[in-house]
Design a protein around this ligand. Structure first.
Ligand SMILES: N[C@H](CCC[C@H](N)C(=O)O)C(=O)O
Length: 275
């Protein structure tokens, strides 16, 4: 009895289960996503990327393919910057998309993507909009931050101490009046000459080794604090390094994308999780 095809991949160690599902037939419930992402009882991942035709979801998109992204807790998020690079790598390597320059659909809108000869991917991440300021509390210590929307919500705090010292094991507190749908929390050191160091506590996941939309939010916030909306920076996250460009608010993200494995989910296991 055939199983359900999956692949495992990561972008700067933000890792994902990819589910090729062109016609959108899989019943992708929150319980199934959470089980897939569980690092003991499932495959383990920070999120799930369903690879589905835009038409199958009834999504108006110029892109034939739509990235249906879910966080590890099963929640839906608008966009995933590391995930989209892995999504592109799969579409090109599998031959489903003959070009290397194309558009994909996401809940944050259509995103132009380009895969380079070395397997890295550049993504047009759309606007990185400064939406205000707010405060987060980490292990009892308050940090003021810049709120940035990259299709999904972020709060970026510049910290004086080494970001490695922060204790991000628990969910930092944030103002739910400002972020009624939750928020991704980034903490950055400004390293000078267009370089940042970052750690992140992701909405719907917890601390991850990297967050692509988070790196875009971090650069946009750092530029805003420097009084501008245009510039570029490398961002060092625990899982690696990406390059972010922000030009009058429009942004691009360039970084690696790895496919690690492919296999089959056991049908009985999947069915047992309930539709
Ligand atoms: N946790 C995020 C979605 C995934 C973002 C991150 N994995 C990325 O690479 O952008 C949210 O709930 O908005």
């Amino acid at each position: 009895m055939g199983g359900i095809e999956f692949l495992k991949g990561h972008g700067t160690q933000n890792d994902f289960v990819l589910l090729p599902d062109p016609d959108g037939r899989l019943e992708l419930t929150e319980a199934r996503v959470a089980a897939l992402c569980d690092r003991q009882r499932g495959l383990g991942a920070d999120g799930v990327l369903r690879v589905v035709r835009s038409a199958a979801l009834g999504e108006e998109s110029e892109g034939e393919w739509f990235m249906d992204y879910r966080n590890a807790d099963g929640s839906i998020a608008e966009m995933c910057g590391n995930g989209v690079r892995v999504f592109v790598r799969y579409l090109v390597d599998s031959g489903l998309v003959p070009e290397r320059d194309f558009v994909i659909g996401t809940r944050a809108g259509d995103r132009p993507v380009r895969m380079h000869a070395d397997g890295s991917v550049t993504v047009g991440m759309g606007p990185a909009t400064i939406t205000g300021t707010s405060v987060t509390v980490v292990a009892g210590k308050p940090f003021s931050g810049v709120a940035v929307n990259v299709g999904n919500p972020h709060l970026v705090s510049v910290v004086e101490d080494e970001v490695d010292e922060l204790d991000l094991r628990d969910q930092p507190d944030f103002d739910s009046d400002v972020f009624p749908e939750g928020v991704n929390l980034e903490f950055i050191n400004l390293l000078g000459d267009n370089a940042l160091k970052m750690r992140v506590h992701e909405r719907g996941v917890g601390e991850t080794r990297s967050c692509g939309t988070g790196t875009v939010a971090a650069v946009a916030a750092a530029l805003h604090l420097a009084g501008t909306d245009t510039g570029e920076a490398t961002v060092d996250i625990p899982g690696g390094r990406v390059v972010v460009e922000v030009r009058r608010g429009e942004s691009t993200l360039t970084g690696p994308a790895e496919i690690v494995a492919r296999g089959e989910l056991d049908e009985a296991w999947w069915a047992g999780l309930g539709a």
